[in-house]
Design a protein around this ligand. Structure first.
Ligand code: ZN
Length: 152
């Protein structure tokens, strides 16, 4: 279940979504919702593209997956390129998603301790590719990044 090669393979879907986000002028954070080994939906941060303060990688992914019964969330893994912010941490807890795979938490450390405290299994891949995506973006657009994390 916690096979690192599987985690890396799943993370690739989130990274692809993050790259699409960056390529379309947005913030390079992507996510994938995986159920029973299948990618049910992907999503990426759409702050710029949709002028949205709530479509982060994870929440966009959940929206793209549509309405699902609790029994499906209970078997799901949320894969995200970046440590989830407080809003996305809340969404993961709200829907009872039991496992989260995080690409990296070096450029931003979100609610992962709280997720663990609440019984969620959290795996941090520490992907160089994810770190590079964020490092490049934060250097290029610091104001946009601060807006996304609610800072001046
Ligand atoms: Zn978020």
């Amino acid at each position: 279940m916690t096979d690192i090669s599987t985690d890396t393979a799943l993370l690739a879907h989130a990274i692809e979504a993050a790259r699409e986000g960056r390529a379309t002028g947005g913030i390079p954070i992507g996510a994938a919702l995986v159920v029973d080994g299948e990618v049910l939906a992907v999503g990426f941060n759409k702050r710029v593209q949709r002028d949205s303060p709530i479509l982060h990688g994870e929440t966009d992914c959940l929206a793209n997956a549509g309405r699902l019964p609790a029994s499906v969330y209970a078997r799901a893994t949320m894969v995200t390129t970046l440590s989830p912010c407080d809003m996305c941490t809340g969404a993961i807890l709200l829907y009872g998603i039991p496992r989260v795979i995080i690409g990296e938490n070096r450029t931003f450390y979100g609610g992962e301790d709280y997720l663990r405290e609440r019984g969620v299994e959290v795996t941090v891949v520490d992907s160089e590719e994810c770190v590079e995506l964020m490092t490049e973006f934060i250097a290029a657009e610091p104001e946009l990044w601060n807006e996304d994390i609610g800072e001046e």
